[in-house]
Design a protein around this ligand. Sequence first.
Ligand code: C5P
Length: 219
Amino acid sequence: TPIVVAVDGPAGSGKSSVSKATARRLGWAYLDTGAAYRALSWYVVQRRLDPTDSAAVIDALPDFDYRIGTDPSGEDPANTGVFVGDHDVTDAIREPDVTAVVSAIARVPEVRAFLTQLFRDIVRRSGKPGVVVEGRDITTVVFPDAPVRILLTADESVRIARRSAELIGHSAAHVGEALLRRDAADSRVVDFMNAADGVTTVDSTDLDFDQTVDAVIQV
Ligand code: C5P
């Protein structure tokens, strides 16, 4: 089985881009677990199910046909992007309408168990010596025995500023409010604001992107 580097952190901490760059530098695979929660949310919205109806969401799980690329370079088209059935949902899962319902879906225990199993399978079959796996509960639930476990944090104002820069056309106030609301909802389900025992905190507040990747590689 591949070596796992587990990275958790709140929204806007830079987890995805930093984890991807780390994997690229190591020549390893990269798994964005939030993308799976988002893809399931997209599927629930597309099937016009009520995202707060856990029973309906659980019923939809067996039909959820999901595929995610794990190549961090983006150079292998067969191993890049997020798909649900034949739909390329790579961009759609980042839209605010999907982001708005993801916390409701992620709090369902059956959903978490289903996706956790999927993540372990994807890592096992990655075909790489190691995988950088990024999310909210990777250091604590999905791969608690990973040899490298990191909590990536940054001050709230920095996280909001970074996320606003990504979402062109949305006001910083609105982005900030949505981000804090999502973190509050998510952290009632899993604690990703405090490092668990044995988890190394990397605070990127005063680091630029390359410095943050360096800090993660150092760990
Ligand atoms: O990381 P990202 O912001 O894309 O994650 C989207 C959502 O997926 C989170 O807000 C959270 O509700 C859920 N999530 C989770 N556990 C993970 C990764 C993501 O509950 N390991």
